[in-house]
Design a binder for this molecule. Structure first.
Ligand SMILES: Nc1ncnc2c1ncn2[C@@H]1O[C@H](COP(=O)(O)OP(=O)(O)OP(=O)(O)O)[C@@H](O)[C@H]1O
Length: 271
């Protein structure tokens, strides 16, 4: 199988600070690939490289055998959530419609066909009930489901997700992760899923890229999420406990705490 994403000897640096160096990585169609790490470790920058928005310091990044480029039709992207302003003049279905027709990465369809596809996508993410509601009046979780629908609109070969579960309640975290996994499994999209929290997706993840302190580790969750590997990456005593199918990381250094949780003993924390 040919990889759909490939990084060769890839390094990313800002000034003298390296986010990672000599990263060699192939991601295959249908692979669910998680990117974990503390704040500022380079997770979003990793996605930006694949989006063609961030140049590597050295090495190559390719999609489908070609160098990455901005606006690639191969990519569906769920950006980090920013709430819409309350008076945004757009209904839920218009937002999804941008992914189907009219979006610069989208395909052009006839109106009836586009409308059918929009209905299908709204249904898929459980958003049909609020199809006609202005996006600014929806909750963060409802808005997020629309972004997922928009990203899936073109049935992308590569689905890039930047913390897509933030602001979702547990039920919708599960629904959205299952949906992304379905796209990965059934449609063979390669999923790159940036997250602070591996547990909601632990059943789906094939491999993990763990970034910390300018270094990285790649492997299955079982290979990477270990006391040994994380202590080495953080250069500090970190303990990883596997309990009831969940991963608990204890004793992360203060500098790696992040905004939404107590990072000292938080289930599944990657940071
Ligand atoms: N264009 C840039 N110029 C200089 N520094 C940058 C640039 N882009 C990102 N950085 C720095 O690179 C580091 C990694 O940023 P990035 O947003 O990729 O981290 P992250 O792992 O996604 O963090 P978070 O978990 O907080 O979202 C940060 O310290 C950031 O300030």
């Amino acid at each position: 199988m040919n990889p759909v994403i490939s990084l060769k000897q890839a390094s990313l640096k800002f000034g003298r600070r390296a986010l990672w160096e000599d990263l060699n990585l192939d991601i295959n169609p249908g692979e669910f690939f998680a990117v974990l790490g503390p704040n500022g470790s380079g997770k979003t920058s990793f996605l930006k490289v694949l989006l063609g928005l961030q140049e590597l310091h050295s090495g190559q990044a390719s999609l489908g055998g070609h160098p990455v480029e901005r606006g690639s039709h191969m990519i569906g992207y769920i950006p980090q959530q920013k709430p819409f302003l309350p008076d945004t003049p757009m209904r839920a279905r218009d937002l999804v419609g941008l992914g189907v027709d009219g979006h610069r990465w989208g395909i052009r369809l006839g109106t009836a066909k586009a409308n059918r596809r929009i209905d299908e996508l709204l249904e898929l993410v459980g958003a049909s009930d609020y199809a006609k509601v202005p996006v600014g009046q929806l909750s963060g979780g409802e808005q997020q489901r629309l972004r997922v629908a928009q990203a899936l609109a073109t049935d992308p070969k590569v689905l890039l997700c930047d913390e897509p579960l933030l602001s979702l309640d547990l039920h919708h975290q599960q629904a959205v992760s299952a949906l992304i996994n379905k796209q990965c499994h059934d449609r063979k999209s390669a999923v790159v899923f940036v997250t602070h929290e591996i547990n909601p997706i632990i059943d789906y993840v094939d491999r993990v890229l763990y970034l910390a302190g300018g270094r990285f580790s790649v492997g299955t969750p079982h290979e990477v999420m270990t006391t040994e590997v994380l202590s080495d990456l953080y250069d500090s005593n970190v303990e990883v406990i596997h309990a009831n199918g969940r991963i608990v990381v204890v004793g992360l250094p203060d500098a790696t705490t992040h905004h939404h949780d107590d990072a000292h003993a938080t289930a599944g924390e990657g940071s």
